[in-house]
Design a protein around this ligand. Structure first.
Ligand code: WTA
Length: 662
């Protein structure tokens, strides 16, 4: 086996992902393949070749069921790093998701099956969802939102969040959904960065039986957002006390009522490249990146991938457990499934509320056939114990998916045996906020899977693994994971910062998109993603930029310097450990440690609070002053510090770090 590049070797020390030795493979079950959209490896290869060699024919055929007001004249214009797809087409994305189902049997089919955390459920048919979106789109227009205006959405997992997103799309106002776990400061920064005119929120969202006060957080955030004119509030928990600011805050249904009969049944058609949404994600600087997705390419990418990766059939009940605040929720709860007319389960609460059996009960209750979840959840279920699973039948399931981080083969096997009862194929889907849709997977009826491998490229996707010199790596030689050609649902830029877009994704490897991940391709052409090789951590499937954590800590009056690193963790994948040096006059006490953890939770969000904070007299640095994170990672993991330390300025610094508490 050839030697991996330096960066990849570093992350391969991650003990939970034993990606170098796994050799098992699992063929798709014969009865699954028989009925599958892509029933054999040859069929996948034929489609894949066509998607690369004749993209015009491929994309025309595969998007025949989407609604374009004007057909496109040219499939792609590519001037590095900017791609434009489906040039000349006009469309309204919501017509493909909603209007096209009217007058067909799908009109009365359930679009959303909502399960509240307390346990009641409601169903919205495609006809009803359409009606609500049309009404709410009118409400937005009535409140002064125009094509191109940005709307921030800070809500929980309720049908109204889907209505809100689609209503924005309907009037051409890009939405920016901010995950409900983010704190006021993070919300404020995102609202200001994209200059959102309006915020959609709800009073509160039940989480493990207690309300999360979303409106209160919005109140704090919009104190410092001069761009915001109105806040629309959905009453989810009417007993929860909130303050409504006169002239600014509007009740959701009052807004609908005030719009009255202003409804426009026929929505405007926008240019293919009209912005659809901005979604913020962490990068290698302290400032989150507003990833911009546009209309036609994103719709096509999510539509086609949902259809094939989940092998969607008309009677499927599909459940993606992600939060709509992340890209997975955008692509695989909203745009992908709805544009395919699928029935989607939307669950409001926590996976372990009231107990660890909730997911499995829910699958039986709604007869879920496709489950799409994250490795971190699977590992938490493994730990909670099989007794919770054994209470349920799970007989309705036919396909399982994972996303968000590398899955360790043990968790994969448990998922297959315990949840899928050995009968359901597993699709391990690799993609990113930036890619918009799934780029790597196995197709469930077509190709065998290997536990821990994300499989093969999707249609139109040309991946590669390259060495430090930028050359294509040999089989099993680890390197940088790149994409060699544009794909329809790719990000178009970083909102307001095109230069950063260039730098971040297009400067590392000549002529290619750099994912930020390390990977290897095995002798069968299967890809094994080992994790990020940039300064981004993946904690419980949440992307967290180390620079974001560091700059937040340094903003605290006691902190001089901070360096955040990841440490392998059984359930979270990675735990967040921060090394901190203090300013003179501050003592490294346990109380200060708690204060600093709370500070991060308050500034960014609870999910980003460090698992450990280690006080240090000094951080290991190179002679040029760069913090040596590689060494800190090894120290945090309790490993021997290996590799070159010749550039370390002061060797005694390392010795001192070892015995610190967290
Ligand atoms: C990681 C989530 C291994 C990867 C959709 C990527 C994965 C980052 C997988 C994107 C997978 C996602 N196997 N790693 N199947 N899926 N990742 O933007 O490091 O939240 O770059 O998008 O998650 O995270 P994001």
């Amino acid at each position: 086996m050839a030697a991996p590049t330096k960066e990849v070797k570093e992350i391969m020390s991650d003990k939970i992902t034993n990606v170098m030795t796994e050799t098992r493979r699992f063929e798709p079950p014969a009865d699954f393949s028989k009925k599958a959209r892509v029933p054999a490896k040859e069929a996948y290869e034929k489609l894949y070749r066509e998607s690369l060699d004749d993209p015009d024919t491929f994309w025309k055929r595969e998007t025949a069921d989407l609604v374009f007001d004007k057909a496109w004249k040219k499939t792609l214009e590519w001037e590095l790093p900017h791609a434009r797809w489906f040039i000349g087409a006009t469309l309204n994305v919501t017509k493909s998701c909603l209007d096209r189902h009217l007058g067909t049997p799908t009109e009365n089919k359930a679009a959303l099956v909502w399960e509240s955390e307390p346990g009641d459920s409601t169903t919205l048919s495609y006809g009803e969802l359409h009606q609500q979106v049309v009404e709410f789109a009118a409400a937005l227009e009535n409140l002064g939102v125009k094509k191109g205006d940005r709307v921030a959405i800070y809500m929980g997992m309720v049908p109204e969040v889907v209505v809100g997103m689609l209503a924005c799309a309907r009037i051409g106002a890009p939405h920016t959904v901010v995950f409900g776990g983010f704190a006021a400061e993070s919300l404020r920064d995102r609202i200001n960065d994209c200059e959102a005119k309006l915020v959609l929120t709800q009073d509160g969202a039940p989480r493990r039986g207690k309300p999360v006060a979303l409106k209160e957080t919005v109140d704090a955030a919009v104190e410092h957002t001069p761009c915001v004119e109105k806040v629309v509030v959905f009453r989810r928990m009417p007993d929860l006390e909130i303050t409504m600011k006169e002239g600014r805050d509007v009740d959701w249904y009052d807004a609908v009522g005030q719009a009255g009969s202003n409804r426009q049944p026929e929505p405007e058609a926008f240019d293919a490249e009209h912005p659809l949404f901005i979604l913020y994600t962490s990068g290698s600087t302290g400032k989150p990146k507003g990833i911009l997705h546009t209309s036609a390419g994103y719709l096509v990418g999510t539509h086609v991938s949902t259809k094939y990766v989940f092998d969607l059939q008309d009677d499927d009940v599909y459940w993606c457990t992600a939060d709509v605040g992340w890209i997975t929720g955008h692509s695989y709860i909203v745009y992908g499934p709805l544009s395919n007319g699928a029935t989607c389960v939307l669950y409001e609460g926590a996976p372990n509320f009231p107990d660890w059996g909730r997911f499995w009960e829910l699958i039986d209750k709604h007869r879920v056939t496709i489950l799409y979840t994250a490795p971190t959840a699977i590992r938490a279920f493994v730990k909670a114990g099989d007794e919770w699973v054994d209470k349920a039948s799970l007989a309705s399931l036919r396909l399982l998916g994972t996303v968000g981080e590398p899955i360790n083969p043990d968790a994969w096997m448990w998922y297959r045996d315990k949840i899928g009862k050995g009968r359901c194929p597993i699709v391990d889907t690799w993609w990113q906020t930036e890619t918009g849709s799934i780029l790597m997977t196995t197709l469930p009826g077509a190709t065998y899977s290997k536990p821990g491998s994300t499989g093969l490229p999707m249609f139109g996707v040309e991946p590669d693994v390259v060495t430090s010199e930028g050359e294509s790596a040999d089989a099993n030689e680890g390197g940088r994971f790149i994409m060699k050609r544009p794909w329809p649902s790719m990000l178009r830029t970083i909102w307001g910062d095109d230069e950063r877009f260039r730098q971040q994704y297009w400067s590392e490897v000549e002529g290619a998109y750099f994912t930020g991940d390390g990977a290897r391709r095995d002798e069968d052409g299967y890809y094994w993603v080992v994790g990020r090789i940039d300064d981004v951590l993946n904690v419980s499937g949440h992307r967290i930029g180390t620079a974001e954590i560091e700059s937040t800590l340094v903003s605290h009056s006691s902190v001089a310097e901070a360096a955040a690193v990841g440490r392998p963790h059984d359930i979270k994948g990675q735990a967040l450990i921060v090394f901190v040096t203090l300013k003179p006059g501050h003592a490294p006490t346990p109380e200060l440690r708690t204060t600093l953890k709370t500070h991060v939770a308050k500034e960014i969000g609870k999910f980003a609070a460090p698992d450990g904070i280690r006080f240090a007299d000094a951080l290991p640095k190179t002679r040029s002053g760069k913090i040596m994170r590689r060494l800190l990672k090894q120290v945090a993991a309790g490993e021997k510090t290996e590799g070159d330390v010749s550039t370390l300025e002061d060797l005694s610094v390392l010795a001192k770090l070892r015995d610190e508490d967290e």
